[in-house]
Design a protein around this ligand. Structure first.
Ligand code: NAD
Length: 467
């Protein structure tokens, strides 16, 4: 058996049977057998079934939120918000099967049309920081497009995915359509990536593991979507509403205890207002309530594990330039206080690497060109923000930042209806929004000759000589 821990208490909250390669293969086989009939379900019926699953999830929001809050160590208020997003994601894609449109293209001699075909069995691999939300971003469009799937949750947070599997069956999804394998990445995840009957892998996790997945997927020319790490910049100009920007900046790093791929963990502040900005930030940092995830007043929980805490601690050595330090409970629990480092140079280790914990770096800049240069001086490109009252500059800088999701006078990143994903080493492909559906389909082109013997195809070599 393997134990699932509660990070706020270090106590075991569940014991799960060990699963490995054989169980992964069995799940792929179930999905493979279920695929032809799931693909054949009419768009209207598939839509109804997905709405049914959204209803089942909506009925269980509170218990799912409590489960996620305990297992991932996140404040219950945040967990409720996440479960609402899970429901919203299923509702959004429940409307999709009937809108999976092709094109007709004017050609000579006949009619050319395209279809969006499902891929088959898809493997979905998700991390521990937003376990069910990130699973939903993949599961809902994959099912809507007519695929069957195997979902592999992170080792540390498998419980909400197992609940999703149970609710899907309860909501009437046919057996074998949605399968969960709660095993390790090294064994079960790797097997999904290499499996000859898995057509695509959609992965969210670290850049290091994503790199290995891209390489392993090459063996079977698998389609791959990768949502990876980040080190996003929050650029604050002197003409911004400083109080608002400073009140929001800590939340944009310390939300989910900093374990957020979109964390704006590099706060770039124009030098002329640097000290004032830090002064305003201090109040928000000290207002954070770090503690029991199930306490309604809590705004920051523990880190996910002891190993994560050790990794985060390494970015705050004795001589680190700690400008603000919040408080955190004593153990048990994997607690770490929110920490603001300032001033930091963009070349410092804490500013270059994804810390994935509650550590913010505040970096001064001189002017607009310098701000853009520093913001882009990273291998990552997931998200970012620009704070200024100058509208033209806001758009100029937003366009100049090499990142997939940029907000102006806001630190938000994710909406169900809009595309989300990374530039550079933050990933490949997009999730959410209408186009995510296409990532779970192949485009098929069908030509129907209405005037036999005519048309451009007659002249192509493939008609006369096989290549
Ligand atoms: P991780 O890369 O360690 O693990 C992610 C998942 O991959 C887990 O399910 C794990 O079991 C599995 N895995 C591990 N090794 C594997 C292998 N060899 N083959 C197949 N699967 C394997 O990441 P994590 O620590 O769970 O999550 C934190 C990381 O996720 C951070 O880097 C964060 O930025 C990133 N993240 C990105 C996004 C995004 O949308 N871009 C969102 C959330 C988290």
């Amino acid at each position: 058996m393997t134990s699932v821990l509660e990070p706020a208490t270090e106590e075991v909250m569940a014991e799960l049977p060990e699963v490995g390669e054989a169980e992964t293969d069995a799940a792929v086989e179930r999905a493979r057998r279920a695929f032809p009939s799931w693909r054949a379900v009419s768009p209207g019926d598939r839509s109804t079934l997905l709405h049914g699953l959204a209803d089942a999830l909506a009925e269980h929001v509170e218990e799912l939120a409590r489960l996620e809050a305990r297992n991932a160590g996140k404040p219950i208020g945040d967990a409720r918000g996440e479960m609402q997003m899970v429901v919203e994601t299923f509702r959004y894609y429940a409307g999709a099967p009937e809108r999976l449109l092709g094109k007709t293209i004017p050609v000579e001699g006949g009619v050319d049309m395209t279809f969006r075909e499902p891929l088959g069995v898809v493997g979905l691999i998700v991390p521990w920081n937003f376990p069910l939300v990130i699973a939903a971003w993949k599961v809902a469009p994959a099912l809507a497009a007519g695929n069957t799937l195997v979902l592999k949750p992170a080792e540390l947070t498998p419980l909400s995915a197992l609940e999703l599997e149970r609710l899907a069956l309860e909501a009437g999804l046919p057996k074998g359509v949605l399968n969960v394998v709660a095993g390790s990445g090294r064994v079960c995840g790797q097997r999904l990536v290499e499996h000859p009957h898995v057509a695509k892998v959609a992965f969210t996790g670290s850049t290091a593991v994503g790199r290995g997945i891209a390489a392993a997927a090459a063996g079977t020319i698998k389609r791959v979507t990768l949502e990876l790490g980040g080190k996003s910049a929050n650029v604050v100009f002197a003409d911004a509403d400083l109080e608002q920007a400073a009140a929001s900046a800590p939340i944009a790093v310390f939300g989910n205890a900093g374990q957020d791929c979109c964390a704006r963990s590099r706060i770039l502040v124009e030098r002329s207002v640097f000290d004032r900005f830090l002064f305003h930030m201090e109040e928000t940092v000290h207002a954070l309530r770090v503690g029991d995830p199930l306490d309604e007043e809590t705004t920051m929980g523990p880190l996910i594990s002891a190993a994560q805490r050790e990794a985060v601690r390494s970015y705050v050595p004795e001589d680190a330039p700690v400008a603000i330090r919040g408080s955190a409970p004593e153990g048990p629990g994997f607690w770490f206080p929110p920490v603001v480092l300032a001033p930091v140079a963009n070349g410092d280790r804490a500013a270059r690497e994804e810390i994935f914990g509650p550590v913010a770096c505040v970096i001064p800049f001189e002017d607009e060109a310098d701000a853009v240069a520093v913001a882009n001086d990273t291998v990552y490109g997931l998200s970012g923000s620009v704070w200024t009252r100058d509208g033209a500059r806001a758009l100029r800088v937003a366009r100049a930042i090499d990142a997939g999701v940029v907000s102006i006078n806001s630190n938000t990143s994710v909406r169900v209806t809009t595309p989300f994903g990374g530039f550079k080493q933050s990933g490949v492909g997009r999730e959410l929004g209408p186009d995510a559906l296409h990532a779970y389909t192949e485009e098929k082109n069908v030509y129907y000759a209405t005037e036999p013997g005519s048309g451009p195809a007659a002249a192509l070599p493939s008609e006369s000589a096989a290549p």
